[in-house]
Design a protein around this ligand. Sequence first.
Ligand code: SF4
Ligand code: SF4
Ligand code: SF4
Length: 288
Amino acid sequence: MDMELIQQIRGKARSLLEEGTVEGVIGYERAGDGVTSRPLFAYDSSAAERLIFDDTCTHNLVKYLLGKRGKKMAVMVKPCDSRAINLLLNERQIDRDKVFIIGVGCPGVVETEWNHKSETLQARCRSCLLTKPLVYDVLLGRELARKAEEETYSDILEAEAESVVSRREFWREQFSRCIRCYACRQVCPGCYCPVCFAEQLEPLWVGIRIAPEENTLWQTIRTFHLAGRCIGCNECERVCPVDIPLSLLNRKLEKDVKELFAFQAGLDPEEPPPFATFRKEEMPELGE
Ligand code: SF4
Ligand code: SF4
Ligand code: SF4
């Protein structure tokens, strides 16, 4: 652990809380297994002493800001997490002046499970080109040069080469295991509708039955709702209890949106996602 960085984080959190700049600080603490980490909400300086940062700090904490609207909160963000801040600023879901962003330099996070951490960097970190958060109020730790290779989408290209029948079969099998726990939705910074389509009764988009047809519709609509908005944090796949490879769906759409619109979500707080913009000339039949 980088104790110097941790002391900087704790010191900053303490001063923000003691000076009343924020009501709380959202960061990481050591989990109960003594190995991995979990989110911490620190509301006083003694709780701030529990803050840590290391290569197990995988959670994207930005989602928690949505539950704290109206309160001024500080949040720790890694470079990738900062894309979620930009997404939510762009979509007017958070106020910039209500958030104090503690940016941290990130050497990458590793695969973990309860009571165990591997030495293997997560796949998304192996192609991460962000050396520092895109938006922050204070930057702690070092800005890191990366040796990462740009995302090549090799697994997506492989999947695209398969026949429609075999792709359909693959996803049918995957979706048949979905238990509709909605953990993927709950963790996603881009999923914040007050009533999710999956729970709407009028109109009824998708039945409550846990069966391949309903599951397929649920997954398809959710994926498309994130098209051009997914910031690639991979939290949905991480929390899925039945290991559905959701990143294949998200990254397929990320790749398509990049190719069609030269757009990647969360890189710029001002540039709206392609599906949130509309120009009259795109629908010529509308006339003047
Ligand atoms: S994707 Fe980049 S910023 Fe995010 S955890 Fe991995 S290395 Fe760090
Ligand atoms: S990777 Fe998953 S959790 Fe993260 S923004 Fe995309 S859909 Fe949401
Ligand atoms: S987290 Fe996994 S099992 Fe739960 S709803 Fe999402 S895809 Fe289905």
